[in-house]
Design a protein around this ligand. Sequence first.
Ligand code: APR
Length: 238
Amino acid sequence: MSPISILPADRVFVLTGAGISAESGLPTFRASDGLWAGHRIEDVCTPEALDRNPWLVWKFYSERRESCRAAQPNPAHIALAELEQRLGDRFLLCTQNVDDLHERAGSARLIHMHGELSRSRCEAGCGRPPVEDHAVYRSLDEVGRCACGARLRPHIVFFGEMPLEMNRIEREIARSTVMIVVGTSGSVYPAANFVHWARQAGARRIYIGPEAPLNAAAFTQIVEGNAGEVLPGLFQAE
Ligand code: APR
């Protein structure tokens, strides 16, 4: 297909989901063989699960750390890092993914709205900032402690918790003129609402993925295909 132009006056807000890392070998959540087919959300991804059985939660995220370590950025991650190089501060990437493939591809203007696999923070919420933690734990006894003495928890936004940096995200969408959404099913809020906020801001709204997302009707253009095949060369920045 012919390239989509990004004009000198444009500001671009990008939202990515699990689909962008699928071609790196990381499973998505809602595919028939996805992560939520093999694990119950309420066992591994809620504050209540952490209270009830912290090891089940840590085991799940330790396994995610292990698969993330083995994965490499794919051409879609690289294409977005290159677009950022061309647009500088007219570009912001917000990802729902907790893997680090965007930064390993070279993205720097990046928000991890659902947290990061490579960090942990105080389970008791003492207020100390998250710490870098790449450990793959084999038992709950191995899990590190915060300086306050409480156990660490994964720096992940669980279901029922508020995504990170929402004020900044809202501000950036309000002043964007182009929204690019890649590889997300449009089923988890508030991220699924971003396209509506972009519509209110009068921005062009482009979705890239192999199938239309649940919120497809809010986009101005759907580009069907795998992100790693479609994204490189899709945008022409002036
Ligand atoms: N390229 C682009 N998109 C793809 C590809 C690909 N190669 N392969 C699959 N997809 C698309 C699927 O069509 C689907 O729409 O990726 C999407 C993945 O959807 P989900 O599994 O629902 O993942 P996501 O939308 O990122 O989930 C949002 O839900 O469970 C929570 O916190 C978790 O951040 C996650 C959030």
